[in-house]
Design a protein around this ligand. Structure first.
Ligand code: ADP
Ligand code: MG
Length: 237
């Protein structure tokens, strides 16, 4: 059995994220179980029953989509590229990562333009790349009171720009210079593979990464990915 380092890191990341998902899925289950008990005991008016069924339904649907997104993230990486909406995929990554952030007492905040941002890439690779940065950012501020990760998606000239900023432990110059190097990790149980994989994906797409960081203050990664040319038909009125 031979695994690439991207696969090893993925198994590792996904098992961490799974622990918080299990936690999160239990909440809606408890809520729905409570409603069902009340309904069985005939303790509710018809109006209330309908309202609770709606709430339960929404909760179940949300949980289901998070779980299926999680499963699609843990599939093996394929390399086929196609036209994909970066804004949409960033949103689904945030949905999957939010239980992990909650469990670490870190707030996730996202700002994005309402319209799709088209890039030419493989959706699974893009999502895994984003998971790696966001997971690092959450881990960096898990010990910070008021820990916060803010994610901004913008367009600049012919690029999509994703800024991932945290108010966590930050990095020294020396640490920054080693980012992306295989097995570089300062964590007691890190793999040092996440950024190696992510930097590779970004480079393969003709993008770039830059980083600003200050020890004890926080870190900001800026990822740029080439946008696809606007389609001729999109300007039709
Ligand atoms: P791992 O998370 O397993 O340590 P990564 O490749 O994801 O491996 O990250 C490598 C190292 O880069 C981390 O161990 C950490 O020292 C540093 N790093 C990455 N992101 C951040 C961040 N947002 N804040 C502080 N340090 C970071
Ligand atoms: Mg990592």
């Amino acid at each position: 059995l031979s695994l690439s380092y991207a696969q090893i890191e993925k198994v590792w990341v996904m098992s961490h994220v799974a622990a918080s998902l299990v936690h999160e899925v239990r909440n809606p289950l408890t809520v729905v179980k409570g409603f069902l008990t009340l309904i069985r005991e005939n303790a509710l008016s018809k109006d209330k029953i309908e309202k609770y069924i709606d709430i339960s339904f929404d909760e179940m649907q949300r949980t289901e989509s998070i779980l299926s997104e999680y499963l699609s993230l843990s599939k093996p990486l394929i390399e086929r590229r196609e036209r994909i909406d970066l804004a949409h995929h960033l949103q689904t990554v945030l949905d999957v990562m939010s239980p992990y952030a909650n469990m670490s007492n870190v707030r996730l905040d996202m700002q994005r333009p309402p319209e799709p941002l088209w890039i030419f890439a493989n959706a699974d690779e893009i999502k895994q790349m984003l998971v790696n940065f966001i997971k690092n950012a959450v881990e960096a501020c898990s010990e910070t009171a008021g820990g916060m990760v803010s994610i901004r998606l913008n367009t600049a000239a012919k690029h999509a720009a994703i800024a991932i900023k945290d108010n966590g432990v930050g990095m020294s110059q020396e640490q920054m210079s080693r980012l992306g190097a295989i097995y570089f990790s300062t964590k007691s149980s890190g793999t040092g593979l996440g950024l190696t994989f992510s930097y590779r994906v970004i480079r393969a797409l003709g993008g770039s990464v830059s980083v600003r960081s200050e020890p004890k203050a926080g870190t900001e990664f800026l990822i740029k990915l080439p946008l696809m040319k606007a389609k001729a038909d999109s300007s039709a009125t």
